[in-house]
Ligand binder design. Structure first.
Ligand SMILES: Cc1cc2nc3c(=O)[nH]c(=O)nc-3n(C[C@H](O)[C@H](O)[C@H](O)COP(=O)(O)OP(=O)(O)OC[C@H]3O[C@@H](n4cnc5c(N)ncnc54)[C@H](O)[C@@H]3O)c2cc1C
Length: 385
């Protein structure tokens, strides 16, 4: 019996849709692909930010961009100049709409909404059999982008938990030319916590309270700190909440359950919980775009799909040491980030955080860090975990 598709993509979130969009760019050379997504509709559920220029994937669709960012640590303010690679903000609804429009124009690509995969796919008679809430589908290749199904399946050095509201004020409160990457105004010795403010006009901004901690925090855990941050940012003036979002990102995955490891070269796992996030930042959007472009090229050329590329050894060790230092010394977190952005040049830090570092950038980042806690980590053996 012929397969229903050449490729089944489980999960139509950032990774699944990015891959579908890349396959769509090959027009009639794309493979017959079905994306299986459990949602019935797409909403603006997250806001993606990344540094880049006009050639960076999805930069042309960005809803706002900033050429200047700020880091605030007590009395100290560090300006981060990113005019050459502005910090772009892309609403997920903009991304979802763009990909859906593209899919509708290519008969080889389709998405099934309301199609939750309900059991683990089985390989039988040369095909993958995938049971969904709408019935069974078969294909030669599966790309599984589902997040881990339970918290025991995934462990990380640190968790980035954040909760934010987009607020609208009557009076001008914000400077839309400068976003605040980190404001450590309310230091907490137990965890690293900061406010992240993305102003899109003088009266509208997404304000998030973020923590980096060993444990995972819920939106409810972050609510009080978020409301305090908003009150401070709007100077006590009245405001209306127009959108909210919550996120929990692994920083430095240390363990993945059996369901998140590849079963066969024709079945790969991908996405945030399969290691797409940059350990030291949790950022995954542009790393997913790189993976999607490479994976689509491989599939169109008749090859097997490609998993997320592992970070170079040196980069992954730098990230791991940095995360271990943060985890073991949370009260030093604000100073570590302040040193990073004030002692190294903005463009060097941005290249480092965007996976585009030159050797001289690595050297500048290492020089910016305090020696003692890093040497201690280096000789603790934990860096190599
Ligand atoms: C609020 C938020 C803000 C973020 N901001 C940034 C940022 O600024 N910059 C950045 O680089 N990264 C950011 N990230 C991190 C990362 O880019 C996103 O999490 C990204 O969406 C990860 O893509 P993904 O495809 O792995 O997961 P998702 O986008 O979550 O996609 C997984 C998909 O699988 C579907 N699914 C799950 N189970 C099933 C099933 N059984 N059957 C069928 N479908 C299923 C889900 O419905 C979902 O659509 C953010 C994350 C969040 C949550």
């Amino acid at each position: 019996m012929p397969a229903d598709a050449d490729l089944l993509v489980i999960g139509g979130g950032c990774a699944g849709l990015s891959l579908a969009a890349q396959l769509g760019s090959y027009k009639d050379r794309a493979r017959r692909t079905i994306v299986l997504e459990q949602r019935s509709t797409y909403q603006n559920d997250r806001t993606w930010c990344f540094w880049g220029d006009i050639t960076t994937p999805y930069a042309h669709l960005a809803d706002h961009q900033w050429g200047e960012l700020q880091l605030i640590n007590g009395e100290q303010q560090v300006l981060i100049d990113c005019n050459h690679t502005p910090y772009h903000m892309l609403k997920s609804s903009t991304f979802y709409d763009s990909v859906m429009t593209g899919l509708a124009h290519n008969p080889l690509l389709s998405i099934q909404l309301n199609a939750a995969v309900v059991t683990e796919p089985i390989f039988r008679h040369g095909l993958w059999h995938v049971q969904t809430s709408q019935g069974e589908l078969t294909s030669k290749v599966v790309i599984d982008t589902r997040p881990a199904s339970s918290s025991s399946e995934l462990e990380a050095v640190l968790w980035q938990s954040f909760y934010g509201h987009e607020v609208l004020t009557n009076e001008p409160c914000f400077d839309p030319a400068c976003a605040e990457l980190m404001d450590f105004s309310a230091p907490n010795p137990m965890q690293i916590g900061f406010t992240y403010t993305l102003p899109v006009s003088t009266t509208r901004a997404l304000i998030e309270f973020t923590t980096f901690s060993a444990g995972r925090l819920t939106a409810g855990d972050l609510e009080t700190a978020l409301m305090q941050s908003i009150a401070k940012k709007v100077g006590g003036k009245p405001y209306k909440i127009v959108h909210s979002e919550y996120g929990l990102l692994p920083m430095g995955i240390t363990h993945r359950g059996a369901n998140s490891t590849p079963k066969d070269p024709s079945y790969i796992v991908s996405g945030l919980h399969a290691g797409a996030g940059r350990p030291s930042t949790g950022y995954a959007f542009q790393r997913i775009q790189n993976w999607a472009a490479q994976c689509a090229a491989r599939i169109v050329a008749g090859g097997l799909p490609k998993a997320q590329t592992k970070d170079p050894y040196f980069l992954s060790q730098m990230d791991r040491i940095f995360l271990n230092v943060l985890r073991d010394n949370p009260r030093h977190g604000p100073d570590l980030f302040t040193r990073l952005f004030s002692k190294a040049k903005s463009e060097q830090v941005i290249r480092f955080l965007s996976d585009k570092a030159h050797l001289s950038d690595y050297a500048a980042i290492i020089r910016a860090m305090p020696t003692a806690p890093f040497i201690k980590q280096l000789f603790s053996g934990k860096a190599l975990q």
